[in-house]
Ligand binder design. Structure first.
Ligand code: FFO
Ligand code: GTP
Ligand code: MG
Length: 470
């Protein structure tokens, strides 16, 4: 790394590790080759025992003025978060104390750390792989308990192990292929064409399984998108307001009131003491109907866009036929679970047919919910059913969730390369060395997830497994 590199590893970096502002404590972290020498100019008596929090006096070395009394912990390399010498200084909180300390450290030669630079160093020193490094950020950003769990699994190496195993499998296929390229005439030798194809196929299924967790990952990260759909005037906005517990959306008796989509985040109340690990993102949308009104038409297009992203749909209507029409329409747009519900099921409504026994078989076939925005009837059960429907459709219990777009794109790229490989290999469409290029690209895509870039691995395998004696 050159001396002009803004993130040079031979610099010693310092930064506030806790959120800025008023608080009981502030932790300043220092990492790098001169961490101990630098802090020694500020903290006394020096040195404290390694890995023992020790109460020291901090002074500005330029003036000798006392800054604070603080708990200082030294972590000699390599047993530290970054793998370098690290010092953590826990001062009194607020703004003035840590600012004075950081100024003193800067005067002593510490460079202010760039965002994420401590974790970046942890990756560069092999303490974490790339996906684990990203998990640290995701854990800090987690707003839902499901996201906390997903990030922690990723930090523990859950995703990395899966991707690493898939990479290993592909390296094995590469080795088989290398043998085939070297000895193409041995068609029925140790490497049959189907063996290579099957091994590649299995890896492809593994990648598909990970990609299938993307919706669950999105739900963990942002909550489940639950779209309220139905004809104009069905009571969608009233339902939205009732579920939100506040009058967020305009409600009128005029059909076509809602145009833009509105969103509110709802934490469903626990069912049987069980709390949903993610919130619901309720989306109120324009009523669905054929219309010549340009603005209303735009609103319906917005509805359709949300339906495409939906994790579940509340299909509303005042009559069974309306509900059925809504379901039929929604199902042309999304395969997300659809919860049918009859709205306005309260006393103030003129007694209609829909609650009567004439509903018959169709009602039970639909598994209808009966709700009233006016009285709140059925709302609690509806939210519980929405949580269950999302969970049943999207949960991926035994796999680490793919929550980063970067990982999704890399996995999708690997998937495409494997498709291209399978095509070239199975159909004999292209010579083996060309097929091998796709395989290499698939390996590269997987490596970009975890940051593994060791060509030695392939070489070891090619020559280790086959021992071709060249
Ligand atoms: N005070 C403090 N709390 C913290 C952190 C920190 O850096 N400092 N962490 C920062 O994110 C998290 C904990 N993660 C950490 C991970 C590794 C090491 C570490 O020192 N690893 C060494 C030694 C391991 C050992 O002795 O068992 C190593 O890996 O060699 C420290 C914290 C959350 N809490
Ligand atoms: N009695 C009763 N009336 C309701 C209920 N929900 C909605 N309404 C009435 O039905 C009319 C339409 O309600 P909205 O919530 O605006 O209907 P919407 O589906 O959002 O309509 P658009 O935005 O036009 O698509 C209003 O006059 C509401 O007061 C309910 O639960 N009970
Ligand atoms: Mg509305």
């Amino acid at each position: 790394m050159s001396a002009t590199d803004p993130l040079a590893l031979d610099d010693t970096i310092a930064a506030l590790a806790t959120a800025p502002g008023r608080g009981a404590l502030a932790v300043v972290r220092v990492s790098g080759p001169s961490a101990f020498a630098l802090v020694e100019t500020v903290a006394a008596p020096w040195p404290p025992a390694p890995r023992v929090a020790t109460l020291l006096t901090l002074r500005d070395p330029r003036t000798g003025e006392r800054i604070d009394r603080a708990l200082v912990t030294c972590f000699p390399a390599p047993r530290s978060y970054t793998g370098e010498d690290v010092v953590e200084i826990a001062t009194h909180g607020g703004t003035a104390v840590p600012a004075a300390l950081l100024a003193a450290l800067a005067a002593a030669g510490a460079r202010p750390a760039a965002p994420g630079e401590f974790t970046r160093r942890a990756v560069l020193h092999g303490k974490l792989d790339l996906a684990q490094g990203e998990a640290v950020g995701a854990l800090i950003d987690a707003r839902t308990q499901a996201m906390r769990r997903a990030a922690l699994t990723q930090l523990d190496g859950g995703l990395s192990r899966r991707v690493g195993a898939l990479r290993e499998a592909l390296l094995h296929v590469e080795a088989l292929l290398a043998y085939d390229i070297d000895f193409p005439e041995e068609d029925d030798g140790p490497v049959s064409r189907t063996r290579v194809a099957d091994a590649a196929d299995e890896a492809r299924r593994g990648i598909d399984a990970l990609l299938a967790t993307v919706p669950a990952g999105a739900i963990a990260r942002d909550g489940a998108i639950v779209v309220i759909a139905g004809p104009p005037n069905a009571g969608k906005s009233s339902l939205f307001n009732a579920l939100a517990g506040e009058a967020r959306a305009l409600v009128t008796e005029i059909p076509g009131t809602t145009r833009d989509a509105l969103e509110v985040v709802v934490e469903p109340a626990p069912v049987d003491g069980r709390r949903a690990p993610w919130p619901l993102r309720l989306i109120d949308t324009a009523g669905l109907r054929d219309t010549d009104d340009r603005v209303e038409r735009l609103g319906i297009e917005v509805s359709e866009r949300w339906l495409r992203r939906a994790h579940a749909v509340l299909a509303c209507g005042e009559t069974i036929d309306d509900v059925q029409r809504t379901i039929d329409y929604v199902e042309t747009i999304t395969d997300a679970p659809v919860l049918p519900l009859l709205t306005k099921q309260d006393e103030r409504r003129a007694p209609g047919a829909e609650r009567g026994s004439s509903l018959g078989a169709r009602r039970s076939a639909l598994d209808l919910h009966f709700v009233s925005a006016e009285t709140g009837a059925g709302l609690h059960a509806l939210l519980g059913a929405a949580v269950d429907a999302v969970d049943a459709r999207w949960s991926a219990p035994d796999l680490p969730l793919v929550t980063h777009a970067r990982h999704q794109h890399a996995l999708a790229a690997a998937r495409e390369e494997l498709d291209a490989f399978a095509h070239a290999w199975r159909d004999d469409a292209l010579p083996a060395p060309v097929a091998a290029v796709h395989l290499r690209a698939a390996v590269g895509a997987l490596e970009s997830v975890i940051g593994a870039v060791d060509v030695e691995d392939v070489l070891d395998r090619v020559f280790g497994t086959f021992c071709v004696g060249k």
